[in-house]
Design a protein around this ligand. Structure first.
Ligand SMILES: *Cc1c(COP(=O)(O)O)cnc(C)c1O
Length: 397
């Protein structure tokens, strides 16, 4: 049976060109870039080439790119770094209700240290309102941290407007762009972004490596203490193979973005239309058009997303019911609750995230397999039975 990987928002495979680029840095070119002999110099050169490529992808200066151990570390560093840097200026942070846990839990940790956090609500499409942001800004606001694109429902925020407002008010603006970089166009200069987090494994690079863009002039302090790597801002011997891979992956992603985006948007819409047409009592979660090209998120009434995932798995289809980080917990997704879903509907959600391996044939196979699986689950569902009973009573009245 063919395996259909529909979970690219959880992680992506390392693509061949990226693996090829990183391999020599495990074996022949294993030097520590802080040393001075030949194999160290070539490692140092590879590090700086990767920095140039990462900067070019964002419209940043290479001196503004700092490599980290992934998206989570970048988010922690940006938020805690600003809190520490500006704690004498103020103690108020603005974020949103639909952030990744790497941002939410970091903000929560700061609350315990006396910071106040306003989590902006989102509309039914999963997008913040600029007027809400304007109202939330206070004289003691030191940071706005709002994600570029959501990992669960794919909604894309008005980053440019947020950045412009933050700049006008003199407030630092960080965005978690882990789901957006390499998928939708981003330019840190025209979008007025002060700090941006990204991660290699969401764009066909390896896990455990990412970057934080920090605008020149923001003296964000080191978050990890030790040696003087990354110009004294991020200690620890550099993960050269990973960083080389990130540079290659981001370069490829950006150069292929337009074409990939066109192809995936068509495939995404085919899936959304097909699901809504073939399964009754189903809704699309998130915006129709302000949405990542690869994201489908739907809720099926009367069923449990987890059971749906198991039956899809038996058909060789790998998808997600919310975010991989929260599975294993029975709490419904905070993102789906934030866009107004009931607990019941949030539990019946399915996320499909497409990628380079996704094809028309896979979409067709999925659309053929899905309706009987949903029917089977509904036939076993006491909620559905209840619904049928009350609707029959309504008709007979
Ligand atoms: C995956 C993800 C992260 C975490 O990145 P890691 O590299 O896995 O630590 C953070 N934010 C968003 C939006 C993500 O999708």
């Amino acid at each position: 049976m063919e395996k259909i990987y529909f979970d690219h928002a959880a992680t992506t495979p390392v693509r061949a060109e990226v693996l090829e680029a990183m391999l020599p840095y495990f074996t022949e070119q294993y030097g520590n870039p802080s040393s001075i002999y030949e194999i160290a110099r070539s490692a140092k050169k590879a590090l700086e080439t990767a920095r140039d490529k990462s900067a070019a992808a964002l419209g940043a200066d290479p001196a503004e790119i700092f490599f980290t151990g992934g998206g989570t570390e970048s988010d922690n560093w940006a938020i805690r770094g600003i809190a520490e840097l500006y704690e004498n200026k103020g103690s108020h942070i603005i974020s949103s209700r639909i952030e990744h846990h790497a941002v939410l839990h970091t903000c929560e940790s700061l609350k315990k240290r006396g910071f106040e956090v306003t989590y902006l609500p989102v509309d039914e499409d999963g997008i913040i309102r600029i007027s809400d942001l304007e109202k939330a800004i206070r004289p003691d606001t030191i940071l706005i941290t709002i994600m570029t694109a959501n990992n669960e429902i794919g909604s894309i925020q008005p980053i440019e407007a947020i950045g412009a407002l933050a700049r006008a008010k003199g407030i630092a603006f960080h965005t978690d762009a882990v789901q957006a970089v390499g998928h939708v166009p981003i330019n840190v200069k025209s979008h007025n972004i002060d700090m941006l987090s990204l991660s290699a494994h969401k764009l066909y690079g390896p896990k455990g490596v990412g970057a934080l863009y920090v605008k020149k002039g923001i003296p964000l302090r080191s978050f990890i203490f030790g040696g003087g790597q990354e110009r004294g801002r991020r200690a620890g011997t550099e993960n050269i193979p990973g960083i080389v891979a990130l540079g290659r992956a981001i370069e490829l992603a950006v150069s292929e973005m337009e074409e990939d985006s066109r192809r995936l948007t068509a495939l995404r819409n085919k899936l959304i239309d097909g699901i809504l047409a073939s399964v009754p009592h189903t809704r699309l979660n998130g915006s129709k058009d302000k949405r990542l090209p690869n994201n489908v998120n739907v809720s099926f009434e009367f069923i449990e997303g987890e059971s749906l995932l198991l039956l899809l798995d038996m058909k060789g289809i790998f998808a997600s019911s919310g975010s991989a980080c929260t599975s294993g917990s029975l709490d419904p997704s905070h993102v789906l609750l934030a866009i107004g879903l009931s607990h019941e509907k949030a539990h019946g959600s399915l996320r499909i995230t497409l990628g380079r391996s996704s094809t028309e044939e896979q979409a067709e196979y999925f659309l053929k397999e899905l309706p009987p699986i949903v029917s089977r689950l509904r036939d076993m569902s006491p909620l559905y039975e209840e619904y049928l009973k009350t609707s029959r009573q309504r008709i007979s009245k």
